[in-house]
Design a binder for this molecule. Structure first.
Ligand SMILES: [Zn+2]
Length: 354
């Protein structure tokens, strides 16, 4: 899904000073392993659950992101190529408004970044972390914003620079600090893919002006709703390695920043399907491993296969709920990647007095 800043490798979940396994989010040594998953052949990942903050995590492997960029082996990497082509076309034709419409309707995480940036003066300094091929950055460039995009993947940076100009650097570039401090730093679909999400967040807060904002979306562990579910099927390890629980960002960063967390929910119809599956105690089926290859066609995505009978039943209940209007009363269920986090850096005086 993503790329990250160059950080030291953290190949196990985390190891504390006593050599025990520890949670990479809250640091607790109370982690247990409920099982393993293997979404790709040769990439068997042991899943850990933190008993303290309830995050799910697996081993991080920094070598795989370039491989996913090159192969498009996960469906969203494949879609990113199409996204890059479409945004390039609109960018070249200087269709800034259409580019905005396209990106904001494509994904709520892109909408989040664009709408927050629009609240800032046009000369605000902006950094996009994990910009991949620059498809989201393209709107910022097209609308004359002062943005720098960075990524760990050379392939992604070369592609972004060729498409949208010299606005992109690799994650170890001195330009990142040299261009700051920033009014806004954002990343989308990335925090669950890095070896040290908390360390990365601290580093990014250090690059902000006081009062500046760091915004991002995180995968929501609460979206794993099936019985025995160990991972979210649409973003498998070893790409995505941490699922977060709402509330953790406030807990970790309240002293350094004013933290707001917002949970995005699924639409009512999808929420009703989720509630039915929970009500009937449907079990999660572990994935069949796919092979990573340099695919020219859209890769087979992972996902639960429901029987025809079950889908018919679900469809019937949803139709009834729609006709009777009861669909409005459905308790909405969290969307997989819809934990939106907004950290506004406190000034030094606020930190001292607070
Ligand atoms: Zn934890």
């Amino acid at each position: 899904m993503c790329s990250q800043m160059g950080k030291s490798e953290n190949s196990v979940v985390g190891v504390n000073t006593f050599g025990q396994r520890s949670c990479r989010v809250c640091g607790s040594s109370g982690v247990r392993s409920p099982g393993t998953v293997e979404y790709f052949e040769g990439f068997r990942s042991e899943v850990f659950e933190c008993q303290e903050c309830y995050s799910f995590m697996t081993t991080h492997d920094s070598s795989v992101h370039e491989l996913f960029h090159q192969s498009g082996a996960i469906s969203y990497y494949f879609q990113y190529r199409q996204l890059a082509e479409k945004t390039k076309d609109l960018f070249d034709r200087k269709q800034t408004n259409l580019l905005r419409d396209y990106l904001t309707s494509y994904s709520s995480k892109y909408r989040f970044a664009i709408e927050e940036a629009e609240k800032l003066p046009s000369d605000a300094r902006i950094l996009e972390v994990g910009c991949s091929r620059g498809y989201l950055t393209s709107w910022f460039i097209s609308s004359g914003r002062q943005i720098l995009g960075m990524d760990v993947s050379r392939e992604a940076i070369d592609s972004a620079s060729a498409a949208f100009g010299r606005h992109f650097v690799l994650a170890d570039s001195p330009e990142i600090a040299g261009n700051g401090p920033y009014d806004l730093i954002f990343h989308v679909g990335m925090i669950g893919c890095v070896p040290d999400p908390v360390g990365l967040t601290k580093d990014l807060l250090n690059l902000l002006k006081p009062g500046g904002r760091l915004i991002f979306n995180a995968p929501n562990r609460q979206s794993c709703y099936l019985k025995g579910q160990l991972w979210t099927d649409s973003a498998p390890p070893p790409d995505l390695v941490t699922l977060f629980t709402p509330g953790i960002w406030k807990r970790l960063f309240a002293s350094e920043a004013d933290v707001r967390e917002t949970v995005e929910n699924c639409p009512p119809e999808q929420s009703l399907r989720i509630l039915l599956r929970r009500l009937f105690g449907l079990r999660w089926k572990p994935p069949e491993p796919n092979r990573i290859s340099v695919a020219a066609t859209e890769p087979r995505s992972h996902g639960q296969q429901w029987s025809r009978h079950w889908l018919r039943f679900e469809g019937l209940v949803v139709r009834c709920a729609r006709v009777t209007g009861l669909i409005r009363l459905t308790k909405c269920q969290p969307y997989e990647f819809g934990l939106f986090v907004d950290l506004q850096k406190k000034s030094r005086a606020d930190v001292v007095t607070g």
